[in-house]
Every structure is written in structure tokens, then in C-alpha cells.
Design a protein around this ligand. Structure first.
Ligand code: FDP
Length: 442
């Protein structure tokens, strides 16, 4: 079997890491867990989250806060059984090729953490404890609001009652919760302590490259409100001809889009929010961004250049089919992994976009003007599109896309400029210059 390498450039088939979340309810643990899982999956690292609450819910009816009272022996037994079932499933999953398993639970006592650590050690699995602490009342309240409206525990309940019950539940956990002991018997563990998501972090005993990548990613997360705007460049002369790659100028309609973009941005961003604009180093994205307000900070990234189509650069799809029929077929069969001769695959593009994603996570409002393939990869990260589908996604020209990360997913709004452009979408097998997209892939 070929050795498995992934977007992080490391061989991972022998590595197994259990990321153990630690912290009171409403401290953003599930948010952090799902971000980490998404980031790793996007980089082709097999990652999964095991949420102990879901296991508990399988067996028990809707609990009240008393269920979480430490004096309630039956409740304690059920919660322990749920943790055991979650960990047992995680172990099975590691054996079937899983690399990073995330145990999403409060893991609020030293005993529970020791038990997880020892269970993992027996199976040769590394552990990183990720503790999320929060003393910012506003953040906690926002989290409670999110949890009470979305948690299956409170389905169909009066929101006020649910919030009160949830606060009581937190109080019960507070009675037993012990933060990771930095100086005592937990000082040997690998851990990351995060204060108010990203405001302060403490890191201890990181052991290898994959662990350090996970920790670095988590360190860069923040939960300040922000959006990411994405746009393709205006229609280019190559787009008109159905040619791929190259470094063509904008077409007259592409120029119209460049003139219209500031208005679309103003409508969506507002006047008073500072915006940073990233483009690729190619003429068509730079030209598209050139009428945006001068006070916007603009940066050009080589990493945002279009997928390199190697020997096919400058060809139409028909020419590729004529000159390289096997390649044309191979790309249709596995578009994500197919690498152009002397060029790149979508998988390669994801790898070079990793620093962009890291920087995006650290940043606030950003507008990215880039290319069809690159935009698909960035969009796939935020919208959790899988690798088979993302290279076939329809991303129209002359449309601004606004993505806003929320606690449980990303919200999307599209602003079409109302300026006609050719379609550069291509269906499997097709060599048409400009094909209409099939509706369900939008
Ligand atoms: O992966 P496919 O669907 O071929 O799309 C990527 C292609 O999109 C194009 C347009 O057809 O990008 P761009 O918007 O930068 O002009 C090509 O340059 C690029 O090769």
C-alpha cells in the first residue's frame, strides 16, 4: 500500500491522536472540536468527533439539570457509560485507519482525564488535552443562547426554561470541575489551555509535527464576529475563448464588473468596516480589485494563483481532449486528485492554501478576489464540501459571495452583479466552450 501523505506533508498512517476536550458547558468546546475536525478533513487527515452527549442521549430520556448533579448516582453512572461507549467507538475507528479522534465532553475531573489518558496509552494513542476556559460573561451567554436553541436536549422546550436549566447544569459541573493542573500530577500531559478562545494560550509538551499543527491551528482561532467575502475575477479574454490558465486581461464585461465591485462590497460590508483585500498575482484578479477604495489594505498572494494546468495551460477543453485524451479521461474520473502534466491537482492547491486558511482564521474581515479552482477549495473549507464534489461546484463569474462563520456552521449570502458573463463551468465529459451548469450542483 502506498504510504499515506496528506496536506500537512507528513506521513500519518502510524499516527493516532486523541484530542480530549476539557471545560465547562458553554465554553465553545464543540465549536473548537468541529473547526479542528473540518480543518484536518480538508487536509485529507482522517478525523472524527465523538460527542459523549450524543451517546448519553441514545440511552437516556431528556435530562434535567438534576441529572448532572454529582450526588445523583444514577446520572453519574449513565454519564460514565456514555463516555466509555464513545471512547470504545473511537478506538474501533482508530483501528480502521482513523488518525485524529476528538473526544467532545467536559472531561472536567482529573479522574476522568486520567482514565482517558491511560485507555489511550494502552492502545499506543497519543493524547492532547484541549481545555477551553472562559470568564467573559458575554461569550458564555452567547454560547448558552446558541446551545439552548440548537441542543437536542432542549428541543420543543420554552427557551427561558431551557436557559435556566442549562445554567443549573453548568452550576453542577462547576462543583466538580478542576482545570488542568499545570504544576501537579497533570504537568506531564500534552495540553493546550485556551482562555476566551484565542486571547491567551498555554501549551505544554507538544510531541510531534501533527500535534504541533493541530495546536497551531487552534491557537489561531478566534470568535470575534467577522465575514469572508469571495469573488472570482471579472470575465477574462481567456474565459471568452474557453481557454484555461494563462494570464489574460479582463474582457469588456470583466472591466464592468471591476467597476461595479466597489458598490457590491459597500452594500454588503457597509462603509465603516475596515476591509483587507487579497488577490492572486495574476493580472485578472489585480485588475478586478483596482477600483476598490484606496484605504482598503491590498495584498497579493502567489498562493491564490489559479490551479496550474501545466502543459495544458492556454488550451481549450476540446484541445486537451484532442492532444491528451487519457489525461482528459483521468481528470473526469478523479478530478480532485488528477494532476496536470507539469502542473497541479486540486489536492495540491489545497496544500498550498493551508497558510491562507491559517491567516484567514487569525484575521477579521477579508475580501478574496481569486480564481475558479482556488475559490472552490476555500469555499469547500468553510462550507464542508467533500472532495468528490468540490471540484465540480458551480461558482459563477460576476458574483460576490459573503460567508459568515457561526457557532454551528457558516452562513452564505450571494450578491450577483447583474452583469452577463460566460459560464466557465464544465460537466463531466463535456468539451463545450460555455456550458450551462446543471442546477443541483449550485
Ligand atoms: O478545474 P476546472 O473546472 O477545469 O476549472 C479551473 C479552471 O477555471 C478557469 C476558467 O476556466 O479559471 P479562471 O477563472 O482563473 O479563468 C481556468 O483557468 C482553470 O483552469
Amino acid at each position: 500500500m502506498p504510504r499515506l501523505t496528506n496536506g500537512l506533508g507528513v506521513q500519518v498512517e502510524d499516527t493516532h491522536i486523541c484530542v480530549v476536550m476539557v471545560g465547562l458547558p458553554a465554553r465553545g468546546k464543540s465549536y473548537i472540536a468541529q473547526k479542528a475536525q473540518r480543518y484536518l478533513q480538508w487536509l485529507s487527515v482522517p478525523a472524527a468527533t465523538f460527542n459523549v452527549g450524543n451517546y448519553r442521549r441514545k440511552d437516556a430520556a431528556q435530562p434535567t439539570a438534576d441529572f448532572f448533579d454529582t450526588n445523583n448516582a444514577a446520572g453519574e453512572r449513565t454519564r460514565r457509560a456514555a463516555a466509555e461507549a464513545a471512547v470504545a467507538d473511537m478506538m474501533k475507528w482508530f483501528k480502521s485507519g482513523g488518525v485524529v479522534g476528538i473526544l467532545d465532553a467536559t472531561n472536567s475531573t482529573k479522574e476522568r482525564r486520567r482514565w482517558v489518558l491511560e485507555t489511550c496509552q494502552k492502545e499506543g494513542i497519543e493524547t492532547i488535552f484541549v481545555e477551553s476556559k472562559c470568564d467573559d460573561e458575554e461569550l458564555i451567554m452567547a454560547n448558552i443562547r446558541d446551545v439552548k436553541t440548537t441542543s437536542p436536549d432542549y428541543q420543543g422546550q420554552d427557551p427561558e426554561e431551557a436557559a435556566q436549566d442549562f445554567r443549573n447544569r453548568i452550576r453542577n459541573y462547576e462543583k466538580i470541575y478542576v482545570s488542568i493542573d499545570e504544576d501537579g500530577d497533570e504537568s506531564e500531559m500534552t495540553y493546550l489551555k485556551m482562555m476566551n478562545v484565542g486571547r491567551q494560550v498555554i501549551i505544554n509538551r507538544i510531541q510531534d509535527y501533527l500535534e504541533s499543527r493541530i495546536v497551531y491551528y487552534l491557537m489561531n482561532l478566534h470568535i470575534r464576529p467577522r465575514s469572508v467575502w469571495l469573488s472570482r475575477h471579472g470575465e477574462s479574454m481567456y474565459n471568452l475563448d474557453g481557454r484555461i490558465g494563462g494570464d489574460a486581461q479582463l474582457s469588456p464585461r470583466g472591466e464592468q464588473y471591476a467597476l461595479k465591485l466597489p458598490e457590491l462590497v459597500r452594500k454588503s460590508v457597509g462603509d465603516d468596516r475596515p476591509l483587507t483585500v487579497w488577490t492572486s498575482t495574476l493580472k485578472r484578479t489585480i485588475a478586478t480589485a483596482r477600483h476598490l477604495p484606496k484605504h482598503y489594505n491590498q495584498l497579493q498572494w502567489k498562493a491564490l494563483d489559479e490551479l496550474d494546468s501545466g502543459v495544458c495551460d492556454g488550451m481549450t477543453y476540446q484541445e486537451i481532449k484532442d492532444y491528451y485524451p487519457d489525461d482528459f479521461r483521468a481528470r473526469d474520473e478523479d478530478k480532485y486528485n488528477y494532476r496536470y502534466r507539469g502542473g497541479e491537482s486540486y489536492r495540491d492547491v489545497v496544500i498550498r492554501l493551508e497558510p491562507i486558511i491559517m491567516e484567514l482564521e487569525r484575521s477579521e474581515d477579508i475580501l478574496i478576489v481569486t480564481h475558479q479552482a482556488v475559490l472552490r477549495c476555500i469555499y469547500a473549507y468553510f462550507m464542508k464540501k467533500d472532495q468528490e464534489k468540490s471540484p465540480w461546484m458551480h461558482v459563477p463569474l460576476h458574483t460576490l459571495i459573503k460567508l459568515t462563520p457561526r457557532a454551528y456552521g457558516t452562513e452564505e449570502v450571494r450578491y450577483p452583479a447583474g452583469i452577463d458573463a460566460v459560464s466557465t463551468w464544465r460537466g463531466k465529459g463535456s468539451t463545450a466552450k460555455h456550458e450551462d451548469p446543471v442546477p443541483e450542483v449550485i
